[in-house]
Design a protein around this ligand. Structure first.
Ligand SMILES: [Zn+2]
Length: 424
């Protein structure tokens, strides 16, 4: 038994924002009541959440945990430890491991490793095509039975419209969302950042915003044709967001996520430092403004980290040669507080929704604070001053552009299935 006292419960699903106490009994929430109304039974552990927010457990729709195959960059153990420190209680891991998660035996391996070594829930995403090669559709039904929650060829788009149609069609019958890394590879070929004044100044090859928007347009058409659930990963461009907005207004089952780095940084922040290299690349000033609006007005469904660890040796090379991607778990909440809440762009309730109910809805599940629900909770501060130091991260990698950044508020405790997996 764990009694969480004196916290301010923020639950978007029930629109609750009130001082409440929670009693957790093993893996479930047993009781939720007004502050002071629950007596601690003998032997109950007490967590004093005075001055802190108590939210449903945060879900990250998009992460790379690198196991199996790239354990020098991250493992289930180190990745989920970093996720717990970031306040995440569940993490969806992309299939671009070695081997690729394109069949049930890899899915089962991931789930076994997560159970044995992980500190938060791991929900695998299966590859859309065999080897994510974009040729043949993968064994999606078998993977669903083994436990995948979505499919994606992340790292790249589903290669052709014909295959994307087939995958969407098949996933509609299984009621699985298809997560698209939207990129027209012919427009993006050779590019290492967003095309614009900064890419010209730096002499780096850029990709236009259209590289993303062209693929989003294709997929929205196919979502309409098939009636399937389409989710756009790490959406970065205003033009893409406008298409998601229009698809939603037409009643299509189209959703999207935005990363903290895309709502915080822009292409003008890019230097030759490879910690500013990710895909999709940091976008324009105008794109960032549109993303902030979309996060506020409901066009964006979720904040997802795209946590992409690369061991230091891989990232410490010239910008052109470095792999794409940065760490994301431990700075996501603090960046959201900074860029969305403290700046007055969104309410605290809306920000919590983007980490909880929003991603849950994309997956077709519920996430709320009520008796009988899983005892997954994220407890955080909105005012504690702290500085992010990547050296202290349990991740095996160090590729964060936010090292040394000062924050106001961040994760305080993470509870998964009634167990405290992080307390800061
Ligand atoms: Zn991607």
């Amino acid at each position: 038994m764990l009694l969480i006292k004196n916290g301010r419960v923020i639950d978007p699903a029930s629109k609750t924002d009130a001082a409440m106490d929670l009693l957790l009994d093993g893996e479930k929430i047993q009781e939720v009541a007004a502050a002071g109304k629950i007596g601690a039974g003998a032997g109950a552990e007490i967590l004093d959440a005075k001055g802190l927010m108590v939210a449903p457990g945060f879900i990250d729709l998009h992460a790379h945990l690198r196991e199996p195959g790239q354990e020098s960059s991250e493992t289930m153990e180190t990745g989920t430890h970093a996720a717990a420190r970031g306040g995440f209680t569940a993490v969806c891991c992309m299939p671009n491991t070695k081997p690729i998660n394109d069949n049930a035996s890899v899915t089962r391996f991931i789930l076994d490793r997560a159970r044995a070594t992980g500190s938060v829930r791991v929900w695998p995403i299966g590859a859309a095509s065999v080897g994510s090669k974009g040729e043949a559709i993968s064994e999606i039904a078998g993977m669903k039975e083994a436990g995948i929650v979505a499919v994606s060829d992340d790292g790249k788009p589903i290669a052709t419209a014909k295959l994307a149609r087939q995958v969407l069609d098949y996933c509609r019958s299984l009621d699985l969302p298809v997560i698209e890394h939207a990129e027209d590879v012919s427009l993006a070929a050779g590019a290492v950042m967003r095309e614009g004044v900064t890419s010209t100044k730096l002499g780096l090859r850029g990709m236009p915003a259209a590289a993303e928007a062209v693929c989003v347009a294709r997929d929205v058409q196919l979502a309409e044709l098939t009636g399937a659930r389409l989710h756009i990963a790490h959406l970065s461009a205003k033009a893409s967001l406008e298409q998601v907005h229009s698809a939603k207004s037409r009643g299509l089952r189209v959703t999207c996520e935005v990363t903290p780095h895309h709502f915080t940084l822009i292409d003008e922040d890019v230097t030759y430092d490879s910690r500013f290299k990710m895909n999709p690349p940091l976008a324009s000033r105008e794109d960032r403004i549109a993303l902030l609006e979309g996060l506020a007005d409901g066009t964006v469904d979720a904040i997802a980290t795209d946590h992409a660890p690369h061991e230091p040796a891989l990232k410490e090379v010239e910008f052109d040669r470095a792999p794409f991607g940065i760490l994301g778990f431990e700075t996501a909440l603090a960046l959201a507080l900074q860029q969305l809440v403290h700046s007055g762009k969104t309410s605290l309730m809306r920000m919590v929704e983007l980490f909880t109910m929003g991603p849950a809805r994309v997956l077709g599940i519920e996430r709320k604070i009520a008796a009988g629900q899983p005892a997954d909770l994220t407890i955080f501060s909105t005012d504690r001053a702290w500085t992010y130091s990547v050296e202290e991260s349990p991740s095996k990698s160090r590729n964060s552009p936010f090292d040394g950044r000062k924050f106001k508020g961040g994760p305080a405790a993470t509870i998964v299935a009634g167990r405290i997996v992080h307390k800061g």
